[in-house]
Design a binder for this molecule. Structure first.
Ligand code: FES
Length: 149
C-alpha cells in the first residue's frame, strides 16, 4: 500500500499508485499532459492527488489508440486551475464514446478473423486461396486489407 501524507504526492508515490514508471510521468509532464509543483528548497516534483485520474485517462486513452497529441487535446478541455469535477470529465465523453466504439468494432473484427485470411499477403492459410488468390487484395493498399476499418 502506498502511504500518502497530505494532498501532495512525490513522483515515486504517484508512480506506485498509478502503476506507471517515473520516467513516463516525467515524459507526460514534458508533453504538458500533467503538471507538478516544485517543493520548497529541494525543488522536487510534488503532484496533487487528482493527477492520478489524469494518468489513468492517459493510460486508457493510449490503449484505445489515441495519440499523445490527441490525449493532450482532450485534457486541455479540462480546467487547469482546479481539480476537474465529474461534470468536467463528462464533457469529454462524446469523443470518447466514438473512439471506444471504434475500438470495440476493431477488436470484434480481430476476434472474428483470427483463424481466417486477413489479406496480409502471406498466402499461408488454405483460406487465402479462396479469400485472396494470388494476393489480389494488395491492389487495395498495404497491410492486412481485410482487417482494416
Ligand atoms: S492470411 Fe495473409 S493473405 Fe491470407
Amino acid at each position: 500500500m502506498v502511504e500518502v501524507k497530505g494532498e501532495l504526492m512525490t513522483i515515486g508515490q504517484v508512480a506506485a499508485r498509478a502503476g506507471v514508471a517515473t520516467s513516463a510521468l516525467r515524459f507526460y509532464e514534458e508533453r504538458g499532459l500533467i503538471a507538478s509543483e516544485r517543493a520548497g528548497t529541494s525543488g522536487h516534483r510534488r503532484y496533487h492527488r487528482s493527477v492520478l485520474r489524469r494518468i489513468a485517462f492517459i493510460t486508457f486513452a493510449q490503449h484505445v489508440g489515441l495519440t499523445l497529441a490527441e490525449i493532450g487535446g482532450e485534457l486541455a478541455r479540462l480546467p487547469a486551475n482546479r481539480t476537474p469535477t465529474r461534470r468536467d470529465w463528462s464533457a469529454l465523453t462524446t469523443t470518447w464514446r466514438a473512439r471506444i466504439d471504434e475500438r470495440i468494432a476493431e477488436m470484434e473484427r480481430l476476434r472474428d478473423s483470427l483463424d481466417d485470411c486477413i489479406g496480409c499477403g502471406c498466402l499461408s492459410l488454405d483460406r487465402c486461396a479462396i479469400a485472396n488468390p494470388g494476393d489480389r487484395v494488395a491492389d487495395a493498399g498495404p497491410g492486412p486489407v481485410r482487417w482494416k476499418p
